[in-house]
Design a protein around this ligand. Structure first.
Ligand code: MN
Length: 251
């Protein structure tokens, strides 16, 4: 069971959850909301071999956490994966869009400077600025757009730029989400839970439930569930091969 975007530290019963993750999950990409949070939680999570800790700064709280910007940029050299990062252009967060754009641009540049990283990106109501920044900088990094909600035209542009997409059960609840997923090539799809924020029937989606997208993706792509799951596993193997070549700062 693979999950490429999960806020493990935010579930109510973290320690109990971790022991189940150790049994149920092959791999969980644990994305963090601030670099201080990353520093604290990676100590707790480091004994779990199937959990990868990504340093991030959630775009919704960039202005609150702005003082941690230097720590965020410094920490990029220590991580293969970066996230959650991005821009949120929705009405509630429009006021901080300049700071969000500045921090995201810095993260993308620093990731390139240190040899390329794999970024898990939030792009709600901000697909165009996100893609503009990626297009301007992209050389070595890999970009995963998490829970993409842009237009069909923005989706095509993201596909042309080589982006990957992490898709979760919650994204497949809406008809727009289904329509987008039907247009994403299978070779670009990875599973995500986005738990505990993302919910199904009122309950936070658990990391090992991310792979349950298989049957719906199969019907949207006119494939069998087995073909989709094999495809997703191959995408994951290719991603880990990229991650294994990332040069980390030796500490
Ligand atoms: Mn998230």
């Amino acid at each position: 069971m693979i999950d490429l975007h999960c806020h493990l530290d935010l579930y109510p019963n973290v320690l109990q959850l971790l022991s189940t993750v150790a049994e149920m999950s092959t791999y969980v990409l644990f994305v963090t909301t601030s670099p201080r949070r990353w520093q604290a939680t990676r100590e707790v999570f480091k004994s779990y071999e199937n959990i990868e800790c990504a340093v991030g700064m959630h775009p919704e709280i960039v202005s609150e956490k702005y003082s941690e910007r230097a720590l965020l940029l410094q920490s990029i050299s220590e991580c293969r994966f970066i996230g959650e990062v991005g821009i949120d252009g929705s009405t509630r967060h429009k006021g901080t869009i300049d700071r969000q754009t500045e921090v995201f641009t810095d993260v993308v540049r620093e990731s390139e400077r240190v040899g390329g990283r794999i970024l898990s990106i939030h792009s709600r109501n901000a697909a165009t600025p996100i893609l503009d920044i990626i297009e301007g900088e992209q050389v070595k990094s890999t970009y995963i757009l998490h829970w993409f909600t842009g237009s069909m035209a923005q989706l095509s542009r993201a596909i042309d730029l080589g982006c990957l997409f992490s898709v979760g059960p919650a994204m497949l609840l809406s008809s727009k989400g289904k329509q987008l997923v039907s247009r994403i090539p299978l070779e670009r799809i990875l599973p995500e839970s986005d738990g505990p924020f993302a919910r199904l029937d009122g309950e936070p989606i658990l990391p090992w439930e991310a792979m349950s997208i298989g049957s719906q993706v199969a019907s949207l792509h006119s494939l069998t569930e087995q073909q989709v799951n094999e495809g997703i596993n191959q995408n994951f193997s290719r991603l880990i091969a990229v991650a294994d070549r990332i040069p980390l700062r030796s500490t």
